[in-house]
Design a protein around this ligand. Structure first.
Ligand SMILES: Cc1cc2nc3c(=O)[nH]c(=O)nc-3n(C[C@H](O)[C@H](O)[C@H](O)COP(=O)(O)OP(=O)(O)OC[C@H]3O[C@@H](n4cnc5c(N)ncnc54)[C@H](O)[C@@H]3O)c2cc1C
Length: 592
């Protein structure tokens, strides 16, 4: 079975050498000293490796079961969830007013990677609760917050997000679930939601569903959607659990991966619900937490890639096949380990350079969220809003690709369930789909985010890259290996942006035919930027003579690989974008 080891040193490098977290002037960041974050990550790492990691395969095999209307989670999940609650892990970055520990999203994301890497399906129960917590925290009245949040912070009550219906996923304007106002100010919610993650289970006393629904007589389409709190069990004003609400599980979905997470069809039959935020402004309420939720899914993608990579390395060092082309490296054995072969090296380097770059990009994203939420930094808010579809789309696409490459290292054994590599692939696959399918992320990026505020945020991104290259232009250790490739990739990105500006208005198909390539092009430039920044940090650490020199040398070599072997993909993406819509839209629908 696969193992999991928390990559604490790599996370510490990003938090302290790259982001210099404790030196940043953001409320709460002064607590993020290296000793403190190391202690938190070590502890979380033990739980990831010893408690929830071993349940990953159990959850995959057993799945969830619907019994007498209640979902039963796989063996061991309940006990492990109790341990998470008791350790306060569910409350790490929640508001202290409601029992949280008030840590920044940066630390929450770093810890989240460990739990998600060890067991994505399990960690989703808490992740969904956190999403619902954030929505109530941002849009609830004081009474609603006092009533629902403390128990959600502790995960005594868990949360869900109910958007999708059988006939509407991306296009939520088609929604049919109804919310009829009552005299007492509550609403009666009726309708069916599908694919609801953590929709029901046996690990909490109550499930607090956040449900999008339409109030009859309201505006048509997406403008008529409102958000409601709809608990599984009603709760009185004193916070005591009362009778069952009109909420039931229609069925559990059978699915490709994340078997340990219950994906439910939820039926709402005149269920009592309470408006969250303003009538007809449900989508706005959802959007305020979307950046955080999408960063969470990006994290899942990279975390699965990290976990799969760790196991691919172990296997590549252990499995003996063939001889090194340059002469036997294990002359006393019957063959050399796989890791001697250049093609296996290429495969492992692809994975390693992706996960380390992706982690830096992801934690930089979390840092921007903290800057915008805790310091009211409008520039950071604009930038993270622009980069959120890139984080979600690129890290999950590449995350899946890397789990497949890790599986490939195992040859046929990767395809056989016994080795557990196929679970990484199956679990990672959903990250491309939920929280907005990746094609829709690309659409959001090109159709909306690029032009937001007159293109100010994309210009700010280009400025960031340009100034980094300029400030470090004389650094010979960075110039050829890092700055030149970054400059070229950034030029490709600008040329793509220019193509959209020149062609997008007169032919929208031309822009949208290139949107997916643009998302990937942008993702590569982001990883190129963080790799150049990490190289600078590694050089500085080496020059200081402190720390583990081999760690920094390895970091530099891994970065050079990314710049030389991955970043040139930008020119291919640009060529595709510049070919426009002609070949994409050439056929009539009947020709397919
Ligand atoms: C395991 C699992 C868990 C989930 N958990 C939840 C949950 O907890 N809560 C919840 O509400 N939902 C959940 N979902 C639903 C998920 O978010 C949706 O499946 C997803 O948003 C896509 O919606 P859809 O399946 O209806 O696809 P559709 O909207 O029908 O889209 C189909 C394809 O068309 C593309 N597409 C759609 N519109 C456009 C367009 N305008 N331009 C270009 N391409 C387009 C999409 O990218 C996609 O590839 C979950 C789904 C699964 C499978």
């Amino acid at each position: 079975m696969p193992s999991y080891t928390a990559p604490v040193n790599d996370i510490q490098f990003v938090l302290h050498a790259l982001l210099k977290a404790s030196e940043q002037d953001i409320p709460g960041y002064d607590e993020l000293e290296a000793d403190f974050t190391a202690a938190v990550l070590e502890e979380a790492g033990k739980i990831a490796a010893n408690v929830i990691g071993p349940l990953n395969a159990v959850g995959d095999k057993e799945g969830c079961v619907l019994e007498n209307g209640v979902v039963r989670t796989p063996t061991g999940f309940k006990e492990a969830f109790e341990q998470m609650k008791e350790g306060g892990w569910t409350a790490l970055d929640c508001d202290p007013e409601y029992g949280g520990q008030g840590m920044p999203v940066l630390l929450g994301t770093a810890v989240g990677e460990l739990f998600s890497g060890a067991n994505q399906a399990f960690t989703m129960y808490q992740g969904l609760t956190h999403g619902a917590y954030s929505a109530i925290h941002a849009h609830g009245t004081d009474e609603q917050k006092a009533k629902w949040l403390p128990k959600m912070v502790s995960c005594e009550w868990t949360g869900t997000m109910n958007l999708t219906e059988p006939h509407c996923g991306t296009d939520l304007g088609l929604m049919r679930t109804k919310a009829v106002p009552q005299e007492d100010g509550s609403y009666r919610i009726s309708g069916q939601k599908i694919f609801i993650s953590a929709g029901d289970h046996d690990m909490s006393e109550n499930v607090v569903h956040l449900v999008l629904a339409k109030i009859p007589g309201g505006p048509e389409g997406i403008k008529g959607v409102s958000l409601f709190i709809v608990p599984k069990f009603r709760v009185d004003d004193a916070g005591t659990i009362g009778p069952r609400n009109g909420v039931s599980v229609g069925k559990l979905e059978e699915k490709m991966g994340i078997h340990g997470n219950s994906t439910c069809v939820m039926n709402f039959d005149e269920a009592e619900g309470y408006l969250l935020g303003t009538e007809h402004k449900g989508m706005r309420a959802m959007f305020t937490m979307m950046n955080e939720a999408r960063l969470g899914v990006a994290m899942q993608g990279m975390a699965q890639a990290e976990a799969a990579y760790q196991n691919a390395v172990i296997y590549a060092k252990d499995r003996l096949q063939g001889r090194a082309v340059t002469g036997a490296e294990n002359p006393d054995g019957p063959a050399d380990p796989l890791i001697v072969h250049p093609d296996i090296r290429r495969n492992l380097m692809d994975q390693k350079s992706f996960v380390e770059g992706a982690r830096a990009f992801m934690l930089w994203g979390a840092n921007m969220l903290d800057k915008s939420h805790r310091s009211g930094d409008a520039k950071a808010e604009g930038l993270i809003s622009l980069l959120t579809p890139v984080l979600k789309g690129f890290l999950t696409d590449k995350g899946l690709e890397m789990t497949i490459q890790a599986q490939q290292v195992y040859g046929g054994h990767g395809y056989i369930e016994e080795w557990g590599m196929s679970q990484f692939v199956r679990d990672a696959r959903i990250t491309q789909i939920y929280e907005g399918a990746n094609g829709v992320q690309a659409l959001d990026l090109v159709g909306r985010k690029l032009a937001t505020d007159g293109g100010k945020h994309v210009m700010a991104f280009f400025e960031l890259v340009k100034s980094f290259i300029k400030e470090n232009g004389e650094d010979e250790a960075l110039k050829a290996d890092f700055l030149e490739p970054l400059k070229q990739a950034s030029k490709d990105l600008q040329a793509a942006g220019m193509f959209f500006m020149q062609n997008g208005m007169k032919n929208p198909n031309a822009a949208l035919s290139g949107s997916y390539d643009f998302m990937h092009l942008f993702g590569h430039v982001c990883l190129g930027l963080v790799w150049a920044q990490m190289a600078k940090a590694a050089n500085e650490a080496l020059a200081s003579g402190e720390g583990d020199a081999s760690f920094y040398e390895t970091k530099l070599a891994t970065g050079r690989y990314y710049m030389a072997r991955q970043l040139p993909a930008t020119s291919m993406h640009l060529a595709r974008i510049q070919s426009g819509a002609d070949t994409v839209m050439a056929l009539d629908a009947e020709a397919f």
